[in-house]
Design a protein around this ligand. Structure first.
Ligand code: SF4
Length: 228
């Protein structure tokens, strides 16, 4: 990680930007617009400050999907962005498949902790049959934070986690801390706007808002969303 990078200042700038963007948000599309801008800022910052040597050691590629079997925490505007992406940027057949997977997955993971979910091999509803992320442009910050220097280490770590054992996976620490700071900045902005700033499981948040889209307007007016 670059020693000169001001992580606290970055997090505060994300909070300010998120607060500006979300203060006038009225619907799913506004949230998608706001979150997409924040994702863009985070990715630009990552590209500018990531050590090129460290970059070369990232082994993650499309078609792996090994780590897409854990619970992913999202903030509600992130879930709204995914729903907008499904409706605006994807084909009907693909969306129907995803909705069917969400419907099936939701009751199976609702009360599962991370270990049990891995043990029961409940992969993400957005993971395609080819092992790619179907919502890559709007994938959540937590997904963006995870990298690996060795794909085999990930497979081993997941296999051992299912047995209750922890294995270390070498990740890019700068990417993780940057995306985590973005997540905290967005959460702080929501709290500052008196909006529900709790993190929710990805499947639960998206499924709840798909089933009850009227909750989005309520969320933007400061009401908490009952998720699970
Ligand atoms: S949203 Fe995409 S990257 Fe994140 S767990 Fe699901 S498939 Fe993987």
């Amino acid at each position: 990680m670059s020693d000169a990078f001001d992580l606290k200042g970055y997090e505060q700038s994300i909070e300010r930007r998120a607060r500006d963007l979300l203060s006038g948000a009225k619907n799913f599309k506004d949230c998608w617009h706001s979150v997409s801008q924040l994702y863009g800022l985070a990715e630009d910052t990552l590209a500018r400050h990531m050590d090129p040597v460290e970059q070369k050691h990232i082994a993650c590629t499309a078609g792996c999907g090994t780590c897409c079997a854990v619970n992913v925490a999202v903030l509600l505007p992130e879930a709204a962005a995914i729903i907008t992406h499904l409706k605006e940027s994807m084909g009907e057949e693909e969306v129907a498949k995803i909705i069917a997977r969400l419907e099936s997955l939701y009751p199976r993971i609702l009360w599962l902790d991370d270990d049990d979910r891995v043990l029961l091999r409940q992969s993400c509803a957005f993971l395609t049959d080819q092992g790619a992320c179907a919502i890559y442009p709007v994938r959540p910050l937590i997904c963006r934070s995870i990298t690996s220097a060795n794909a085999e280490d990930c497979r081993e770590a997941i296999a051992f986690k299912a047995l209750g054992e922890e294995r270390t996976v070498l990740i890019n620490l700068f990417q993780k801390t940057l995306m985590d700071a973005t997540f905290r900045g967005l959460g702080a902005a929501l709290a500052g706007l008196n909006l529900d700033s709790r993190s929710v499981k990805l499947t639960v948040a998206v499924w709840t808002l798909l089933q009850e889209p009227e909750r989005m307007a309520a969320f933007l007016q400061g009401e908490p969303i009952p998720c699970g």
